[in-house]
Design a protein around this ligand. Structure first.
Ligand code: SF4
Length: 332
């Protein structure tokens, strides 16, 4: 069976399965584009289970795009604290301002795609889910599911592969685009899973999937070899002076840009070392091997901002990379 025919057969099977087995997730309660947008941005690099609570709190704090537009950036970053990839929060905030200026959430793919922080995938997801428009949302999960169904051995790291799969999907997109888009994601999340063996016996495509027929599902998707992460050794200084702790703002560009941190550097700090602890944090391309020191100092160094534990907790967004050292400041 050629690809297009196979996909045409696959669409109704998947929709039927989705309507029975879909998970009850908070962002599936209605088709409000603002809510769908927030969920899609949160879900970009974060697991569903981790997102749920953030999503609930974020919408409680910023129930509409206007509320988000009117918030301070620090408030938005604080609400994002721990989710990582903070440029997502900054772009949400920027976009919210643009949307609020125009008075309503954009209604076309082009306008949605033009918002800061929105790529083809997210624009496709928002337009499909909120407006039932036939714009496929193809990310790594969807590519995995499709390359297995079609036993497609093209390299998924090549933009041309994503383009070809997007086009192939577009040709078979059903009118209930929102359900179809979410059904593909759902299949990738709970059946045709990324790590470990796919659960083919529970799959609506079990009878038609070419990778399953060939008994080599795990050979797909085909990827380029990954580059090794760069390893960086650094020291983290949790400096205490009386009731206050030193923090500093990171540079406006690069990793964790513009966020607050405990001062970092190399070597051993001066002052009385009260505790020492090692921790590791893995980013997409870098790995930090940190040695943290809790240090008692006699004077507040003017190069830093000095804050109480309470202020740190309430006002400053501290990336999770530094979470290992937080118990020295805030009792858990
Ligand atoms: Fe994935 Fe198996 Fe379903 Fe094929 S049959 S799409 S490999 S879960």
């Amino acid at each position: 069976m050629e690809s297009n025919k196979l996909l045409q057969t696959a669409v109704p099977l998947l929709l039927e399965w989705y309507r029975i087995y879909k998970r009850d997730l908070p962002w599936r309660q209605n088709k409000d584009p603002y809510r769908i947008w927030i969920s899609e941005i949160m879900l970009q690099q974060t697991r569903v289970e981790a997102v749920k609570e953030y999503y609930r709190r974020f919408l409680e704090q910023f129930p509409t795009v206007f509320a988000l537009a009117n918030a301070d950036e620090e408030e938005v970053l604080k609400a994002w604290e721990g989710l990582g990839y903070y440029s997502r929060a900054r772009n949400l905030h920027k976009s919210a301002k643009q949307i609020a200026n125009k008075g309503a959430f954009p209604r076309t793919w082009e306008e949605v795609r033009a918002l800061p922080g929105i790529g083809d995938y997210t624009a496709g997801a928002i337009c499909s889910i909120a407006y039932d428009m036939p714009y496929p949302a193809v990310d790594g999960n969807v590519m995995r599911v499709l390359t297995r169904l079609l036993a497609d051995g093209r390299n998924v790291d090549e933009p041309s592969t994503r383009k070809a799969l997007t086009q192939a999907l577009k040709e078979v997109y059903p009118s209930d685009a929102g359900d179809f888009c979410q059904a593909l994601m759902e299949l990738g999340a709970i059946v045709c899973v990324p790590n470990g063996a796919p659960l083919c016996e529970n799959c609506p495509w079990g009878e038609i999937c070419l990778a399953r027929k060939g008994e080599n599902a795990e050979a797909f998707p085909v990827k380029k070899e990954k580059k090794e992460r760069k390893k960086i050794d650094l020291s983290v200084f949790v400096m205490r002076c009386g009731q206050k702790y030193a923090i500093e703002k990171r540079a406006e560009k690069g990793l964790l840009s513009g966020l607050w941190q405990f001062p970092i550097g190399e070597g051993i700090p001066s002052g009385k070392i009260l505790a020492k602890k090692r921790a590791k944090h893995i980013f997409t391309h870098v790995e930090w091997n940190m040695t943290g020191y809790l240090v008692e100092v006699e004077r507040e160094d003017g190069a830093f901002r000095w804050v109480t534990a309470e202020e740190l907790k309430e006002k400053y967004a501290l990336p999770s990379a530094f979470r290992a050292f937080l118990p020295w400041v805030i009792s858990p």
